[in-house]
Design a protein around this ligand. Structure first.
Ligand code: ZN
Length: 58
């Protein structure tokens, strides 16, 4: 495989769908450890609230 293909494949792997179920946003993860899951801070906050509520209801 040519080096340019490796780079392109790596770049494409940075694109992912937002982990929020009802969101169709696209995540472009530039972080080194690929830790980004949500397209925006709005989704990140909603996920945090949902996780908090889930813990409370247990
Ligand atoms: Zn989102």
């Amino acid at each position: 495989m040519a080096m340019i293909d490796v780079i392109r494949a790596d770049e494409m792997s940075r694109f992912d769908r937002c982990a929020m179920d009802d969101c169709t946003g696209v995540v472009f993860d530039l972080s080194r450890n690929r830790s980004r899951k949500y397209c925006s801070t709005t989704c990140t906050n909603r996920a945090a609230v949902a996780a908090y509520r889930a813990r409370q209801s247990e």
